[in-house]
Design a protein around this ligand. Sequence first.
Ligand code: CA
Length: 233
Amino acid sequence: MRKEKILIIEDEQNIVSFLTTILAANDYQVLSAFNGKEAISIAASHAPDLILLDLGLPDMDGALVLQQVREWTDTPLIVVSARQDEQEKVRLLDMGANDYMTKPFGNSELLARIRTALRQHTRLKNGGAQPGNVFTANLLRIDYTRRLITIDNQPVHLTPIEYKLVILLAKYAGMVLTHDYILHEIWGPYASDNQLLRVNMANIRRKIEPNPADPQYLLTEVGVGYRLIDGTE
Ligand code: CA
């Protein structure tokens, strides 16, 4: 089997060594770039399967690397930042980052996020939700052909908007979708009513969650957006 290639964009040599060791031990092939210019060139010439992008680079803002890379590839990209900043997180996700991690993070978290991003990318490449396809995450099941959602084999009755929301989240299961992204996808380019989104999400939770106050399927990323679990977490 072909090893998946991960490009680490990071200027601190000790972090690069550390990440390289973990990733190599988990059967990934590792490439690294120490600045933005080199990163863009390696991303173009080596077509990595996934990119880990540090935001603080010596020659340019990591966001600029993201922007340039997104002009020609949808390779999964995880931003790694030292800052816990919701605004920035939202901005980078809306620019096309697939995920965002704040330093320091544990090895297992890193590996889980990488697996999720790779899986999600494969799912989208294979056409995502198509008639005949079924999505499952634990006891949640979506039968796209029958437009039927069940929890533990019990049908869930959703409004058309709630159904569209669940379908959208399932398409990107495992990934955080920002409030604006969801609003625009469901209600159109001018939608900006977060309250409308919150109410619908609360209603979905009441219908699918065993305990809506402690959701297991539809998770909130505070200040950023929502994420449906992808069933392997
Ligand atoms: Ca750095």
